[in-house]
Write a new protein. Structure first.
Length: 132
């Protein structure tokens, strides 16, 4: 299963709304992880049909990604994390800030070796490394 990550403004009923949209399209949620940073919710879920799920969620106005690892780290740890990935032989092709505040930030990153990156990032991952 491939994880789907959604970044949206946090609000009461957000997860219920996303679940409803997926259920209407007969897409099952296998696992879900929600993290809130500042005023944003970062929802990572494994679903039965990631491609269809992405389409229906995007058509409902959600920002959805299926190709990135998503991690939550302190701003001052960014360079250390990049160095640890490089030392492990993982090449980063994209590194994007999704949301954050002065203490904690959420980044998405595209890498050439997701499984190895998942092991290096471990506790920082919002997405489940076993999904890679």
């Amino acid at each position: 299963m491939k994880p789907v990550t959604i970044v949206a403004e946090d609000k009461v009923g957000l997860l219920a709304e996303i679940s409803y949209i997926l259920a209407k399209s007969k897409i099952n949620i296998e696992s879900v992880n929600v993290d809130v940073v500042s005023k944003n919710a970062v929802i990572s879920m494994s679903i039965s049909d990631p491609n269809k799920g992405r389409q229906v969620l995007e058509s409902a106005g959600y920002k959805v990604d299926t190709n990135f690892l998503v991690m939550r780290i302190k701003k001052e740890d960014v360079e250390r994390i990049k160095k640890e990935l490089q030392d492990a032989g993982v090449r980063i092709s994209e590194f994007n800030l999704l949301c954050g505040d002065e203490k904690v930030q959420v980044y998405s990153l595209a890498v050439d070796k997701k499984k190895k990156a998942g092991k290096v990032l471990g506790e920082f991952l919002i997405t489940n490394e076993s999904d890679y």
